[in-house]
Ligand binder design. Sequence first.
Ligand code: SF4
Length: 212
Amino acid sequence: MQDLDYSAWDMLKGYEPFSLCDWPGRISAVLFFGGCNLRCPTCHNASFAWHPESFPVLDCLGVLEQVQRNRNWLEGLVLTGGEVTILPGFDSLLHDLSSLNIPIKLDTNGLSPDCVKLALEHSSIKMIAVDIKGPWHMYPGLTGDRAAPGQARDCLGQILELAADSPERFMFRITRVPGLSDPDIENVKAWLPPGFELKVQDYRPSRITANQ
Ligand code: SF4
């Protein structure tokens, strides 16, 4: 862990050493990276996702040392944001983390399918949790006009194909935001490959604070 490519690590803005909810069924540590390609009006961490420069950068070596110290009881490491896949140096980040030899879960909005393909090449990535915002036609409104319906269909269509090929490495979620109806959620459920469930989440407030 000596020669880190700091381009991604410079966006490490939060660390939770112990979580029971970020990877269901596993005791996990969580790394929060700032920055996002979307501007969802219901974002639970808008300042963190959109203005990461206003949060201090964590000492990644100190965080990694702590993760390593907790390896005996940790069952997973969760990478979340923001949107981790858009980080410069994303592949190097995965390479660095793979050396910890801890199973990794990646949270993503699924709009960078090439990066998700890249992540799948790392055997340490055991789970990719994809947040689907809603039906394709609602993407402009749900993402602050950052994703057109066709873009959402193309990107998430690729993700759904990847999931069909590696079902054990994917899970899908949707957040019940204002304006999203039960039929909308049923619509999304119908796109998932056979055998997948769509986990419906309620909105929850941020756990990140600027002094972390
Ligand atoms: S994808 Fe997630 S982090 Fe990014 S703006 Fe939307 S809710 Fe916020």
